[in-house]
Write a protein that binds this ligand. Structure first.
Ligand code: G3P
Length: 226
């Protein structure tokens, strides 16, 4: 499982990359707009915070082939490092994926709601496909079911593209797509924290600390205790 952070908030990114085994960051126009400042400045700060090797997935704004291609090349050039252009699975987007793949660009197909969209995007050259799990659930669909179908289809057709499951509202959805075989997820920092959090873990750690300091003293640890 690869963990990516779905945010453009640089402080959240720094914290998560410091604590957790993160593989990259994903953004989209909505996420970037929330920061209300120069988007290029934000993206450059994200790149500086995560380093050149971690993945940075940035979405094209345009819905026209030529413009998507131009945006992708501009963003890759300007932001640098391990860069992925995110392109929605509209017809013009699929054509742009074919063109950009031929030019050697890393591609993430996004705004995916069905397995057929994912299959076509993969055939057009997408390295990752991003099904929106919670948005599917919100329209009485089965987000995890769609992920399962994509994993199954990629298996049947021996397709190398990876599932980058996106749009989560809770930890259970993440757990379910992991079991369905999604190779990667992109989540907010609260879900990242939630994946680790358990009241009994916290209780156990508190108990260990209490028992230890009762005998060896407050603030004592392995290297300064006898
Ligand atoms: O990466 C796609 C994702 O940002 C959509 O998530 O929570 O807006 O449905 P959400």
């Amino acid at each position: 499982m690869l963990y990516l952070l779905d945010t453009a908030n640089v402080e959240e990114i720094k914290r998560a990359f410091d604590l957790y085994p993160m593989s990259g960051v994903t953004t989209n126009p909505t996420i970037i707009s929330k920061e209300k400042r120069s988007f290029l400045e934000i993206l450059k700060e994200i790149r500086a915070a995560i380093g050149e090797d971690k993945m940075l997935h940035v979405q094209s704004i345009s819905t026209k082939v030529e413009e998507i291609v131009k945006e992708a090349e501009y963003l890759k050039e300007t932001i640098g490092g391990n860069f992925y252009i995110k392109i929605p699975v509209i017809p013009e987007g699929i054509k742009a994926m074919k063109i950009l793949k031929a030019k050697g660009m890393n591609i993430t197909a996004t705004a995916i709601f069905t397995a057929d969209q994912a299959l076509m995007a993969a055939r057009a050259g997408a390295d990752f496909v991003a099904p929106y799990v919670n948005r599917i659930d919100n329209i009485s669909g089965n987000g995890v079911g769609v992920v399962e179908e994509i994993v199954h289809l990629f298996d049947i057709y021996a397709i190398d593209s990876k599932v980058l499951a996106a749009s989560f509202k809770n930890v259970q959805q993440v757990h379910d797509v992991s079991l369905a075989g999604a190779q990667s997820i992109t989540v907010g920092s609260e879900i990242m924290d939630g994946l680790l959090s358990h009241p009994l873990t916290e209780w156990s750690v508190d108990q260990f600390t209490k028992d230890w300091s009762g005998v060896y003293g407050e603030g004592k640890v392995a290297y300064n205790s006898k």
